[in-house]
Unconditional design. Structure first.
Length: 972
């Protein structure tokens, strides 16, 4: 299959557009013969010198008795009728097709060197940067109009922020990396400068690896030129959770994130860069060509000792450093000039609320009031300027934006990419899982014929493992179904005009194969071409899968993947994306994922996106609502991206700002994940210092509007936070006066009694309702039951009220609430308990009075039961069970247990609850420390969440606090 030229691509895309119109005009079905193209219609679609033979020879056009059909619409016709047996109903119940178009970047149309010089970059530096990007074996020769316009805006120092939009593969990464080279070269001119100038932030480690593998060859070419001129190199480092802390000479070498050597020509795992410390200092080298890359700082220690000029990291790692008192972590970012947030749409809602404050700290760390320039890059922001303004808290006038579509339109770009969206819903009696498994097999066969690649996004590792296991170990396994679900479609009695047949999808080399030969292929090479890609895989295994998927002759052709392949990672020849159900939370995920397809000219710049809806109401709405579906197709239809800024986030970042100041001033913060708090004395001394710093810390005015109600919430939570810390401190100093009474035990007991009393009440109320069905029953028999029911109602209510009072008093440290409750309710509770009859009294009522009356009125209980549909045995059991827990002879009788509970409450009301709380808090702290024994103490955020009982949620990973639900049963 040869790479098609521009005219052939346009011809094919025109065919798709015409086929969509035929589909719309004939009942939105591909079955009518009228949806096939005639010779005349086909000819009208062809552009320039393109002939039908060009497309037929390339298997992109198929000829049937009814006419012509494109490869894509032929596939959709077969998918619409997909089923395991010819006689079965299709697995697709509803479907729809739509096509979106977007401009393709005009790469190579703008001269990089001229652009740089025109933006004020010196000729010497422009030469260096141009060579880094275009020199050697680089496959880049110039920029697109959009890249040039964006770089020009970035290099204009008047713009404090640029939002960089554009679809997947529009060259955003190169766009923001070129200014980082300029800043790096500028930093070499500043004698004595040792700090990082450019900080490139990514939301995922896999994305960092992919970006580094692209950045490194360019940086290597640049450093080679600098070395030739006798200048120092531009250093680079990676700082995230998987970066090794250090490496000693006696430790084994390890992979440098699976990055290939940028210098040697070997294409194998042998030239993956490694880290070793043979010389006593950790270094990166290539085991194949033995080259050493001294400008790469491979460990956290080397990065801390000699900050790299360009640093690739995550916002989580940056936040960790800003709070850390170890070394120069807190001042590491003081001289930043340039900050990039790639895939910035990730930083919305709760996560965005945290990132907003982290960026503010980075802005404030700048030398002499200088703030770094920001670039926010994303393919799926509907309101880029407003979003950037909110995330960076910069004035709107300081935020520049270059509109991708407008720039390419103005440049006269004609080439387009077509994204075919195919929406499917399975029948009510069939699962979307079954549909997905069938589509994976059909889609993989289609890709195999054309040497394409496909991704199947499934947002659950467990679901991926289950479906992959079923496909690989049963459907395509020699010990399972032996590939019959494929074979019965490819080698059947049905001709290619029948959509059940997959004969047109057969790879050329298998078109004349017999059934046995193809079955052997299906169970082996075909099965092996399907793989998985999740965060559970080790780096090396994940890298090997990506390389196999990308290679022209690679073994992997279709990957079942979580969001790990949603963004950033460079993938070649992806022609189709299969989305299993809607991704949780964000429609932009669908746009991002389908945007991975159709980037390569080999795919005729057509991306196929198949979205499988589940039968849940929220998912089905998309199938039947065209406006909703448009949110899955185009960024402009998305809701504006929002930044969360709740009071709890604000309180955390008052703390963060205090910790950052402490770290800068040389005080221990216990927030670096290495040395933690190990003793109560150490904790109290730290809290005293922390209170002083928090009291002296304010948020910038841009974050908390003094006129907003949110300000009041923030101030209240901040004061509660400080009050809780002060309580622990003051309580610790008098803990010798604390009682051993446990409020948590009281709460547990009262909750248990309340639950048991409700069960008793239900039984008694059931008896009362049954007996009230007897119209002739004298009141003298009902009154004891009603009275007992009322007493139980009172007891249940008072025990529940007591539990709530104890909880609130304990939370507010106010024993006065307990004293008031005891004064107002103790007598009523004791009286209600006394009014519950003993079991013997209830027994006499049942068997000596009530049964005598039943015999006199009805002759026997059987006649009564038949007449009123009652069960006297059940009534008797419920009635006696209702009062047996009040029997004095029982060890667990309610009377003695509730009296004991009252005694504990009266003891609790005499306590200094602040002192008692400090005792309990410090006990929990000691338990936490014991869990962290190997980690040299407990780290700050877990300590705060423990001693404050999660009343404020502190998080280093920005996960939102989970709501606590109190489940209640039915009440009578």
């Amino acid at each position: 299959m040869t790479t098609p030229n521009s005219e052939t691509i346009k011809s094919y895309q025109a065919i798709l557009q015409y086929e969509e119109s035929l589909y719309r005009n004939h009942g939105e079905s591909l079955s009518p013969e009228e949806t096939y193209l005639t010779e005349e219609e086909l000819t009208d679609c062809l552009v320039g010198a393109t002939s039908p033979a060009d497309l037929l020879d390339d298997d992109m056009l198929l000829k049937f008795d009814a006419g012509y059909r494109s490869s894509h619409f032929d596939l959709l016709h077969r998918l619409s009728n997909i089923r395991n047996q010819h006689e079965n109903d299709p697995l697709v119940f509803e479907s729809d097709i739509s096509i979106e178009t977007e401009k393709v970047p005009d790469f190579g149309e703008r001269d990089l060197h001229d652009l740089l010089c025109g933006a004020g970059v010196s000729n010497e530096k422009a030469d260096l940067i141009t060579y880094a990007v275009e020199g050697g074996d680089a496959e880049i020769d110039g920029l697109s109009s959009h890249q040039a316009a964006a770089i020009k805006k970035i290099l204009d120092e008047r713009n404090e922020c640029l939002t960089l939009d554009g679809p997947t593969a529009s060259g955003k990464s190169l766009t923001f990396s070129i200014p980082s080279f300029k800043h790096a070269l500028d930093s070499l001119d500043q004698e004595g400068r040792t700090q990082t100038s450019s900080l490139l932030l990514y939301p995922r480690q896999a994305l960092i690896r992919d970006q580094l593998s692209t950045l490194l060859p360019r940086l290597d070419r640049l450093n080679n030129r600098l070395e030739e001129a006798g200048d120092p190199p531009i250093s680079v480092g990676v700082d995230h959770g998987d970066t090794p802390k250090d490496l000693s000479s006696d430790e084994e070498e390890e992979s440098f994130f699976g990055i290939t050597c940028p210098r040697c020509d070997q294409e194998s795992d042998d030239n993956d860069l490694i880290i070793d410390a043979v010389t006593g200092v950790p270094q990166v080298r290539c085991p194949a060509c033995e080259e050493t890359f001294e400008y790469i700082l491979p460990t956290k220690r080397s990065i801390a000792e000699e900050p790299p000029t360009i640093l690739l990291s995550t916002v989580w790692s940056v936040y960790h450093r800003l709070r850390s008192s170890r070394g120069d972590n807190a001042t590491r970012y003081d001289d930043l000039e340039y900050i990039v947030l790639d895939e910035a749409h990730i930083y919305t809602n709760y996560v965005g609320g945290h990132v907003q404050y982290i960026l503010q700290l980075l802005k404030e760390a700048g030398s002499e009031g200088e703030i770094p320039q920001f670039v926010l890059s994303s393919a799926t922001l509907s309101n880029p300027v407003e979003f950037a303004k909110n995330l960076t808290t910069l004035d709107r006038g300081k935020v520049a934006h270059v509109d991708y579509s407008e720039v390419l339109e103005a440049a006269g770009v004609e080439d387009e990419r077509h994204l075919v969206h195919y929406y499917v819903l399975p029948p009510p009696n069939r699962s979307v899982e079954t549909l997905n498994e069938a589509m994976v097999q059909c889609l993989n066969l289609w890709c195999t014929k054309r040497n394409y690649r496909a991704l199947n996004f499934i947002d659950s590792i467990a679901e991926i493992n289950r479906q992959y296991s079923y496909i690989a170990k049963y459907i395509l396994s020699p010990s399972g179904n032996r590939g019959e679900e494929v074979i019965r479609h490819t080698h059947s009695e049905y001709d290619q005009d029948d959509p059940f047949s997959w004969e047109p999808l057969l790879p050329t080399e298998w078109e004349e194969s017999n059934r046995g030969e193809f079955q052997d292929y299906t169970m082996n090479a075909f099965a092996d071409s399907i793989g998985t890609h999740t965060s559970e895989l080790h780096d090396l295994e994940r890298n090997q899968i990506e390389d196999s998927f990308n290679a022209a002759d690679g073994g992997k052709r279709l990957l079942l993947s979580t969001s790990t392949l949603e963004m950033g990672v460079d993938l070649n020849s992806v022609a189709a994306v299969l989305q299993y159900k809607l991704p949780p939370g964000k429609n932009e995920g669908v746009i991002q994922r389908i945007g991975r397809a159709g980037r390569n000219p080999d795919t005729y710049r057509v991306g196929l996106g198949i979205i499988e809806f589940s039968s849940s109401p929220s998912s089905m709405m998309y199938m039947f609502d065209e406006e909703l579906r448009q949110e899955l197709e185009n960024v402009s239809n998305l809701s504006p991206s929002q930044i969360g800024n709740s009071a709890s986030i604000q309180v955390q970042h008052v703390l963060s700002r205090a910790l950052h100041r402490m770290a800068r001033e040389g005080h221990e913060t216990y927030a670096d994940g290495i040395d933690g708090l190990q003793s109560k004395d150490e904790l109290i001394e730290f809290l005293k210092q922390l209170v002083d710093y928090v009291e002296a810390t304010e948020l910038p005015a841009s974050f908390v509007d003094p006129e907003s109600t949110r300000r009041e919430t923030f101030e209240r939570q901040r004061e509660e936070f400080l009050a809780q810390l002060r309580t622990i401190i003051s309580g610790y100093e008098t803990t010798e006066d604390a009682s051993d009474i446990d409020p948590e035990r009281i709460l547990t007991k009262s909750q248990r009694y309340y639950d048991e009393l409700r069960q008793v009440r239900r039984k008694l109320e059931s008896v009362r309702r049954d007996l009230e069905a007897l119209p002739e029953l004298p009141d003298e028999y009902m009154e004891p039951i009603k009275g007992t029911a009322e007493s139980l109602r009172t007891i249940t209510h008072l025990v529940n009220d007591l539990e709530e009072t104890v909880r609130h008093a304990w939370y507010t440290r106010d024993p006065g609430q307990l004293q008031q409750w005891v004064a107002e309710n103790e007598e009523d509770l004791r009286e209600a308990i006394e009014q519950v009859p003993e079991r013997s009294e209830m027994h006499d009522l049942l068997f000596m009075d009530l049964m005598v009356w039943v015999s006199g009125e009805y002759g026997s209980t059987a006649e009564l039961e038949e007449k009123y549909n009652l069960h006297m045995d059940q009534i008797t059991e419920n009635l006696t069970n209702s009062v047996q827990r009040f029997e004095p002879k029982r060890e667990d009788n309610f009377k003695s247990e509730i009296e004991s509970l009252l005694d504990e409450v009266k003891e609790l009301q005499r306590q200094n609850l602040e002192v008692l709380a400090a005792t309990h808090v410090l006990s929990r702290f000691e338990e936490l420390v014991s869990e962290y024994q190997r980690a040299r103490g407990a780290h700050l955020f877990p300590v705060l969440n423990t001693i404050l009982q999660n009343s404020i949620h502190f998080t280093g990973t920005f996960e939102a606090p989970q709501p606590e639900f109190e489940m209640e049963g039915d009440t009578v």
